[in-house]
Design a protein around this ligand. Structure first.
Ligand SMILES: Cc1cc2nc3c(=O)[nH]c(=O)nc-3n(C[C@H](O)[C@H](O)[C@H](O)COP(=O)(O)OP(=O)(O)OC[C@H]3O[C@@H](n4cnc5c(N)ncnc54)[C@H](O)[C@@H]3O)c2cc1C
Length: 492
């Protein structure tokens, strides 16, 4: 017997009321060019964007999350992801922001009961997306779907030397150019959060030789690839991580003639060091570590690599036409005689199609939205040189963020208002730790950033808040609670 979602939603309403959430709006209402100015615009309404929107709404700020995807199809879960279940353990509280009734477990048990929860191994991928849709609905989060942000124009602050009049009244604002239903419009916000996901500041990372191959011969694991078209083909999958297994399994299930996993390292990674490092201290303390420790930790995790989940690996190996080639690095490929002649460190192999499960990289060119600010943004290699032996291209290209998750300018760059853009996506991990997107600490990142933004907005408007305090006139007592009397006669 389950209580059902309606009962859970009633309990959630109680919990929110007990916590006095959301707080009433306290920031000044503003307009620019006849349009409302948002306290915060969030780009992306995936799991992280939703958690951040909820944390901001709970703190009484005006916020809208814009997502180019159709409603309910944000992020990878119901689009490009191909695993059967989530990779992370089911118990994680995810985007629940410390509210028990907002957890996946509460949502699941309300519908299927405790015994089903106990029997559940990992969370089915599409069920996670269903949960995120419920999360958005039940919190009534302000999301606009089908809205793609195509340009970001930060404007300088009057206080920091930019003349308020001279900047046409745009002082302290960020202009977002947005495309929706084939039309362009402008939105204004005081702060912008980039919650744009795993490839949030770039896109797929593929070897240079792939770019020279016909696009019909290869895909990246995150592409919207038609796996049915791989039926009867010899497919190579490059990589050894979770996405490599998901792509290989999907190709096999779609009827590929054979799938060859080309894995450079001599063994599959077996231990998830990042998981082992996770504890409340790591989540709260990482951002305060000196650069040397941040780099050392992230580089170590990169080198060790995250193992593919056991169930994903078995999903591949149960097919007799799956071939694991360990210690085999791909070196190049050309199209020849209607197939791909692929060179590897172990010799040539003929394939029909290649899937690169080779991860993502920071690559500003793949994100036209940031073309204007990219040349100004300081990245780690601009100011940090790692010790010999710890060189790491991925880390070197990561943005060097400040404590408010804000982009910081390169030496000599003039980009007023850059610090009004806050990065809450995977490339922020080197600067801020694991709070920037994955399920284990997504609530921590959302809460921390929302609290920081509340503080920044308050400080910016201190004169307004002071004036409000001065005119505030709600009496606590009315003068009728006591009667004044003369002092009694003095007794010697
Ligand atoms: C295949 C896959 C499986 C994963 N599995 C797990 C897992 O099991 N456990 C775990 O902890 N982590 C997992 N992750 C990592 C991480 O949790 C996910 O990437 C998750 O989707 C991150 O959420 P997000 O909201 O940060 O980004 P996303 O879910 O990617 O959302 C970003 C959103 O931004 C929108 N967007 C981007 N640019 C614009 C723009 N210019 N204008 C408007 N909208 C824009 C996109 O449409 C998208 O909806 C997985 C990642 C992948 C790729």
């Amino acid at each position: 017997m389950t209580a059902g979602l309606a009962a859970l939603e009633a309990r959630l309403a109680d919990e929110l009321a007990f916590l006095q959430l959301p707080a009433p709006r306290w920031t000044p209402v503003r307009e620019h060019a006849g349009q409302p100015v948002l306290d915060v615009a969030i780009i992306g309404a995936g799991m992280t964007g939703l958690a951040c929107a909820a944390a901001l709404v709970h703190r009484g700020m005006s916020v809208v999350a814009l997502d180019e995807a159709p409603a309910g199809l944000e992020g990878p879960w119901a689009t490009t992801a191909r695993m059967e279940t989530l990779r992370s353990p089911k118990q994680l509280a995810g985007p629940a922001l410390g509210i028990p009734s907002l957890t996946f477990r509460a949502w699941f048990e309300a519908q299927f009961g405790r015994a089903e929860w106990d029997a559940l191994d990992k969370i089915p991928r599409l069920q996670w997306m269903e949960y995120l849709r419920w999360y958005r609905r039940v919190l009534a989060l302000p999301v606009l779907n089908g809205h793609r942000v195509i340009d970001l124009v930060p404007h300088g602050d009057a206080e920091s030397g930019e003349d308020r009049e001279g900047s046409g009244g745009t002082s302290g604002l960020v202009e977002l150019r947005v495309e929706a239903e084939g039309r362009e419009s402008i939105a204004w916000a005081r702060r912008v959060v980039l919650a744009t996901g795993r490839a949030g500041l770039g896109g797929p990372s593929v070897p240079a030789f792939a770019e020279a191959l016909p696009r019909t011969r290869w895909a990246h694991s995150s592409d919207d690839n038609d796996y049915a078209a791989l039926r009867g083909l010899r497919v190579g999958v490059v990589g050894a991580g979770a996405s490599a297994m998901d792509s290989a399994a999907t190709a096999l299930e779609a009827g590929a003639k054979s799938v060859h996993l080309l894995v450079r390292r001599p063994d599959l990674p077996r231990i998830n060091k990042g998981k082992g490092a996770g504890n409340p201290g790591f989540v709260a303390g990482y951002a305060r570590l000196p650069d040397e420790w941040k780099w050392r930790i992230r580089h170590y995790i990169n080198v060790q690599q995250v193992p593919p989940p056991r169930n994903s690996t078995q999903r591949v190996s149960r097919h007799p036409n799956a071939h694991f080639h360990l210690g085999v690095a791909i070196e190049g490929a050309v199209e020849r005689n209607g197939a791909l002649a692929v060179q590897t460190s172990a010799g040539p192999i003929t394939l029909d199609f290649l899937i690169f499960a080779t991860g993502f990289k920071v690559d500003w060119r793949q994100r036209p939205m940031v073309r204007r600010i990219a040349p100004c943004i300081r990245i780690w290699k601009d100011r940090y040189t790692p010790p010999a032996g710890q060189e790491d291209d991925e880390l070197a290209e990561s943005p060097d963020l400040g404590p408010a998750f804000e982009f910081q300018p390169r030496d000599g760059a003039h980009c007023p208002g850059l610090d009004r853009l806050h990065c809450l996506s995977y490339p922020a991990t080197l600067s801020l730790g694991v709070i920037t997107g994955d399920i284990p600490a997504v609530s921590d990142g959302a809460e921390q950033l929302a609290g920081t933004l509340a503080g920044l907005l308050y400080a910016e408007d201190i004169a307004h808040h002071y004036a409000r305090m001065e005119v505030y006139a709600e009496p606590e007592i009315f003068g009728d609670e006591w009667v004044t009397k003369p002092l009694p006669p003095f007794e010697k």
